[in-house]
Ligand binder design. Structure first.
Ligand SMILES: [Zn+2]
Length: 173
């Protein structure tokens, strides 16, 4: 399956299971070559854009689901901010490391709360092992922090896997 199609199919499944379409609005998916895995922005008020790197082709469906779920959480947060707060956020995110850490940590926690702990964990094992990600990796939760947070929220069972959103589609509609 071509990458764009793969992203689209996974995104539709994730949205159906864990998001309200009215809270996301229209989202455009773009595949481009760049050095990290994905990024998200909003063109208020009409459209959200998720850019996925061609690098993500090498990810399993499970890890790619973690990546897309994380990006969709950004999108939901952007919409909730509203236009003015969103522009302020973009400025802060661009210039402040502290703001980047706050946003990325909260989005990782939100991804766990939406029941993609196992998928996010799978992705994070890969990104944290990658040398080219050293600089930005401190913005995100570590694999251990994901497990700890998921356990605290009761979203990590003893196998660490079976509560995953993609596997248990009917339990959280
Ligand atoms: Zn992010």
């Amino acid at each position: 399956m071509v990458m764009w199609r793969r992203v689209k199919v996974l995104a539709e499944r994730i949205i159906k299971n864990a998001f309200r379409e009215s809270e996301l609005g229209k989202i455009l998916y773009i595949i481009l070559p760049f050095k990290f895995y994905a990024l998200s922005f909003w063109v208020p008020p009409l459209i959200g854009i998720i850019v996925v790197s061609t690098k993500a082709r090498r990810l399993s469906d499970k890890a790619l689901t973690g990546l897309i779920a994380h990006e969709l959480c950004h999108q939901e947060r952007y919409r909730k901010m509203g236009v003015l707060r969103y522009y302020c956020f973009v400025l802060k995110y661009t210039f402040s490391q502290k703001a980047r850490i706050e946003e990325e940590h909260e989005v990782d926690r939100m991804t766990v709360r939406k029941r993609f702990a196992a998928e996010l964990h799978e992705l994070t094992l890969i990104t944290h092992a990658s040398k080219s990600h050293k600089k930005i990796i401190s913005n995100y939760l570590t694999p251990d922090e994901i497990v700890q947070y998921a356990q605290k929220e009761g979203l990590w069972n003893s196998n660490g896997n079976e509560t995953a959103g993609s596997k248990n589609q009917d339990s959280f509609k």
